[in-house]
Design a protein. Structure first.
Length: 224
């Protein structure tokens, strides 16, 4: 029972001084957001008085971002944290995606061409849907559909080129990370490991901390 109370307290589920969606994401470090609606609900539970519209507004304004980080799934992250988290965990996510990349015949040359096309399409503050960007890639002679398109987009996220933009109705968009979060801080690897380790105990119980370290691929010695 004490472990349960401690976990609820650390997760800010029994009471919370947090008041904004961005504060929740910053506190947790990253929020699993494969299920967008469920992720919004998870944030709202941890911030007093926060409603669905508040989370949606924070997302549209870029106060919280959504990208593939930590694992090959969507996560909400803070603009201040996104660059060092990507640098730290992108190699592991790429390793998990390697078989898909090979099956889709994606290599460094294709990724480079795709990256340049995406940068040209989005520069100047443009926000485009995946379908719109797929059309852009096809005009450049790059096959972009289905799993292959998803792989191209994920790799561009891991490279720090693109990130979530505001929604157009119910449709998600992408924007350039350099324009969406221009002040995101990079961290040297050892500092990034220390920061991730610090976030984990502050927002989770000892049991979930150990589980989280394994999930993120961090060994007891701090290696990813």
């Amino acid at each position: 029972m004490e472990l349960l109370r401690r976990r609820l307290r650390n997760q800010r589920l029994d009471r919370s001084e947090l008041r904004k969606p961005a504060e929740v994401v910053q506190w947790l470090g990253a929020v699993q957001a494969q299920d967008y609606s469920g992720a919004k609900w998870a944030i709202g539970l941890r911030a007093k008085g926060v409603m669905d519209g508040d989370v949606e507004r924070a997302f549209d304004e870029g106060a919280i971002l959504r990208t593939h980080v930590l694992r090959p799934t969507w996560h909400f992250v803070s603009p201040a944290d996104i660059r060092w988290m990507l640098a730290l965990t992108a190699p592991r996510v790429r390793a998990a995606n390697a078989a898909t990349y090979r099956e889709c015949e994606l290599d460094a040359t294709v990724f480079r061409r795709s990256r340049k096309a995406l940068e040209r399409a989005l520069e100047g503050g443009k926000e485009l849907t995946r379908a719109e960007l797929a059309s852009t890639l096809r005009r450049e002679g790059i096959v972009a559909a289905g799993i292959r398109l998803a792989a191209l987009m994920i790799e561009a996220e891991l490279e720090g080129v693109i990130v979530s933009g505001p929604r157009k109705g119910k449709r998600f968009t992408y924007a350039l990370l350099d324009e969406r979060a221009p002040r995101g801080r990079p961290l040297p690897r050892e500092e990034a490991l220390a920061e991730l380790a610090k976030r984990s105990p502050s927002s989770r119980s000892a049991t979930s901390r150990a589980t989280g370290r394994r999930r993120f691929g961090i060994s007891p010695g701090g290696r990813v």
